[in-house]
Design a binder for this molecule. Structure first.
Ligand code: ARG
Length: 246
């Protein structure tokens, strides 16, 4: 707005204060990305990010609502328009995104790796895949998509709506490879041992953070203080054991 107070960023009540006043926290996510955000048989959101979001709501003593965006790229615009209070969606902290939103401190370490169909026994590196006619699946709007478009000069990079669809394309051999966050590929590989194989050449190292309204200092401060005690605490350890240790 035009009436910014010095040092406090946006004017008016902070997002965290609005959440407390309305007794409800609205979190944007893009489900279908194991083990961070998935829907169970009853359509309930489950995963590591849901545990984190629920812990934040509990600390604020408010109810939590998860809003699903099938297009990961729709999350930052939704935060900018105030449709959601924060994004918890395995989102990588990046400078270009930080022009539009503010990030919390990191809550998980990630990075990009490759997954290929099991029948491909030869691929050792992304370089083996950079050939005309090869199809590389990525999730639209993700860091994997950005990286693949930068790396591959000969292979064709194909955008899919979400991790699940991109991973299924590899599983069903409609694509020759997937570039995505390592934790997701590790879980998908365990669940689909007979059809896919992870190639754990680390293509980037990334930190996942909670995206918050740009320059909302009170909210950023509160979320970082929360994370400082939550990270690696008992609840976080239980959640990590549940979702990442198979
Ligand atoms: N970490 C990657 C990124 O920020 C992928 C995140 C995908 N998350 C999701 N919920 N689909 O671009």
């Amino acid at each position: 707005g035009c009436s910014q107070e010095a040092g406090t960023g946006v004017s008016g009540p902070s997002t965290i204060q609005k959440v407390i006043d309305r007794k409800k926290l609205v979190i944007g996510t893009s489900s279908g990305y194991f083990p961070f955000e998935m829907k169970d048989k009853d359509g309930k959101f489950v995963g590591y990010d849901m545990d984190l979001g629920t812990a934040i709501a509990n600390a604020l003593k408010v109810e939590v609502e998860f809003k699903d965006y099938s297009d990961f790229g729709g999350l930052i615009p939704a935060l900018q328009t105030g449709d959601i209070d924060m994004v918890i969606s395995g989102m990588t902290i990046r400078g270009d995104r930080a022009l539009a939103v503010s990030f919390s401190d990191p809550y998980y370490s990630s990075g990009q790796v490759v997954m290929v169909p099991k029948k491909d026994t030869s691929t050792q590196s992304w370089k083996d895949l950079d050939q005309p006619g090869k199809k590389i699946a990525v999730g639209q709007g993700t860091t994997g998509a950005l990286l693949a478009k930068q790396l591959f000069k000969n292979a064709q990079v194909m955008d899919f709506d979400g991790f699940t669809n991109a991973a299924l394309a590899v599983k069903q051999a409609q694509a020759d490879a997937l570039i995505f966050d390592e934790p997701g590929i590790r879980v998908f590989e365990v669940m689909n041992k007979d059809s896919v194989r992870g190639v754990y050449e680390v293509l980037s190292s990334e930190n996942l953070g909670i995206a918050l309204p740009l320059n909302d200092q009170a909210t950023i401060q509160w979320v970082n203080s929360f994370l400082a005690s939550y990270r690696n605490g008992l609840d976080d350890q239980a959640s990590i054991n549940k979702w990442f240790k198979s």
